[in-house]
Design a protein around this ligand. Structure first.
Ligand SMILES: [Zn+2]
Length: 366
């Protein structure tokens, strides 16, 4: 796999603190916008089930679209001066998307915004690299760098390392997020995963590093249209961008906020207390509709539901830890019954408790 070093291969945005705080890119203000409708526009109500095309484009509203690669969704906004794309997703869908954009709009992709560095959403940018400027949160810089082989395991991973040899063997990976595809991840074939091999599972890939890194907020103006990038703190990752389309009143929340679905499985490498605070911040943004990276769009009420779900989860697990209960007892007793209507509740509820327990005992003061 090709590794990119953002520090070496791409210019980065630096500047005085005020400029860094609010980075505003004013590109040519275009006009004479003609609204282009796709012939296969399906509205917002389409699912992720079997029988649907592998790739698809759907109009959300006005000049704003979602595109899919099976269960993954990215977005793009068409302006008279070019296209602003969010998450190239992967190297299968990106060339297809480029062809579609050329055919349907005859406009180049001028910006690629990354939601975060994970390889299942941030790969494929090579299809747009000849015309686009890439933008992401500043924590993407470190997340795209492969750690040294002797980097210590993260605190949560050390909980799994029963024999304390600094590696996660297959038996130690059972029941963790490392269980699946273990042997493929063990690239040096020594029977255990080190920090670099664990990193590679989610971050190694063909991601083009950002040309521009921002810290708190950024704004792109192109062809008379505006897109805002908001950093709302750590959640599913520490480099997450909420993309806000103010005119359309829509936000893109990729993996950390999926309407009507709990966070996936053991909450991955997530930061659970910060995640709750991050959702509080999303509730403060001015929008009506959530377009996630998985599943169907939702509304602002789904942010509140997700925040309350995580708050209840954190409170219940923290209380259980204070009472001296172990993880298995908490998985059996914290049922979150008020949320049994959520998608994949049966799958995610026990694994969410498991993940919350591990994060609370390993990373955070309670
Ligand atoms: Zn992700």
């Amino acid at each position: 796999m090709t590794q990119h070093s953002p520090m070496q291969t791409k210019r980065s945005h630096t500047g005085d603190p005020m400029l860094k705080k609010i980075l505003t890119l004013i590109i040519t203000i275009g006009w004479s916008c003609s609204v282009i409708q796709l012939t296969n526009a399906q509205g917002m109500g389409f699912g992720t089930g079997e029988g649907l095309p592998e790739f698809d484009i759907t109009n959300l509203t006005g000049d704003l679209y979602r595109f899919r690669s099976l269960r993954h969704f990215g977005m793009f906004l068409v302006t008279p001066e070019g296209i602003i794309l969010v998450d190239p997703t992967n190297s299968r869908v990106a060339p297809w998307l480029r062809e579609q954009l050329d055919e349907r709009f005859g406009l180049p992709v001028r910006y690629v915004i990354y939601s975060h560095a994970h390889n299942d959403h941030a790969s494929g940018g090579e299809a747009f690299a000849d015309t686009a400027t890439f933008i992401g949160h500043e924590n993407m810089r470190k997340n795209l760098m492969r750690p040294e082989e002797n980097t210590p395991l993260l605190p949560r991973e050390r909980l799994w390392d029963a024999n304390q040899d600094g590696l996660i063997q297959q038996i130690e990976a059972e029941g963790t997020a490392l269980e699946n595809n273990f042997s493929q991840a063990d690239t040096d074939g020594n029977g255990g995963l080190n920090r670099a091999e664990i990193w590679a599972r989610q971050f190694s890939g063909s991601q083009i590093p950002p040309d521009i890194y921002y810290s708190d907020h950024a704004k792109i103006t192109l062809g008379g249209k505006t897109v805002e990038l908001h950093y709302t703190g750590r959640n599913h990752t520490d480099d997450m961008t909420v993309v806000l389309f103010p005119e359309e009143r829509i936000i893109y929340t990729v993996d950390f906020l999926t309407p009507k679905r709990p966070p996936r499985t053991q909450l991955h490498g997530g930061f659970i207390r910060d995640w709750v605070e991050s959702l509080h911040q999303v509730e403060q943004l001015d929008f009506d509709v959530i377009s996630p990276g998985h599943e169907l769009p939702g509304t602002k009420a789904d942010v509140t539901e997700q925040r309350e779900y995580l708050e209840q989860l954190v409170a219940a697990v923290s209380t259980g830890i204070d009472e001296g209960k172990n993880k298995e007892e908490l998985v059996e007793t914290i049922l979150m019954e008020n949320y049994d209507h959520l998608i994949e509740y049966d799958l995610s509820r026990p694994l969410n408790v498991d993940g919350a327990y591990e994060m609370l005992v390993s990373q955070y003061p309670r």
